[in-house]
Design a protein around this ligand. Structure first.
Ligand code: ZN
Length: 166
C-alpha cells in the first residue's frame, strides 16, 4: 500500500499539504487536528491523540524554503473508537474542491444529491445545510468564471474592431 504522504516528501505550500492531509483523512475515515503551526512548521495529529493514537505528520521548511515531511507516523490505534472524517467532509473547503469531481452542480441540483454522492464515494455524512451552501458557492463561482471569460472575449472583439479601422 502506498501512503498518500511519505517521509521526505516535499510540498509547495501549506495549502497543498492541507489538501493532502484532508484527502488522507477522508480515505481512512479519521479526523485530524493541527497541534502546532507557525510560518516554518506544522504538525498534524489524529483527533484521538488524547486516547494515545500515534498518527502524526510533522512538516517544516528546509533551507530551500520548501515544506519537507520530517516525521510521520501512519498507524492509527484509535480504530476501536468510532472514527470518521465527518468534520473534514463538512468543510466548505473540501466540499467545493471535491463535489465538482463527481457531480455537475447546477440550479437543478438538489443538496441531497451532493449528500448522496459524498456518501457513495467517501462513506461520509454531509449535512444538508452544508451541501446547500456548497451548491450555491459552486454556482456563484462558475458564473464568476463565465463573466470573466465573456469580458475577455468582448475586449478581444473591441481590439479587432480598432485594428480593422486603422
Ligand atoms: Zn487515530
Amino acid at each position: 500500500m502506498t501512503l498518500p504522504i511519505e517521509e521526505g516528501q516535499y510540498f509547495v505550500s501549506f495549502n497543498k499539504l492541507k489538501e493532502a492531509i484532508e484527502t488522507w483523512s477522508i480515505d481512512d475515515h479519521f479526523t485530524f487536528s493541527v497541534v502546532k503551526k507557525d510560518v516554518k512548521r506544522v504538525e498534524y495529529r489524529c483527533q484521538a491523540r488524547s486516547m494515545g493514537c500515534p498518527w502524526r505528520v510533522f512538516v517544516s521548511k528546509g533551507m530551500d524554503r520548501e515544506l519537507l515531511v520530517k516525521r510521520i507516523s501512519t498507524i492509527h490505534t484509535c480504530i476501536a473508537a468510532p472514527v470518521s472524517a465527518q468534520e473534514v467532509a463538512n468543510t466548505q473547503n473540501w466540499l467545493q474542491r471535491i463535489v465538482p469531481q463527481h457531480l455537475f452542480v447546477s440550479k437543478a441540483t438538489k443538496p441531497t444529491e451532493i449528500v448522496e454522492n459524498i456518501h457513495k464515494y467517501y462513506g461520509e455524512k454531509v449535512n444538508y445545510e452544508t451541501a446547500r451552501v456548497a451548491k450555491a458557492a459552486l454556482i456563484a463561482d462558475r458564473l464568476e468564471h463565465q463573466r470573466d471569460h465573456l469580458h475577455k472575449i468582448s475586449s478581444y472583439i473591441q481590439l479587432l474592431h480598432q485594428h480593422n479601422q486603422n
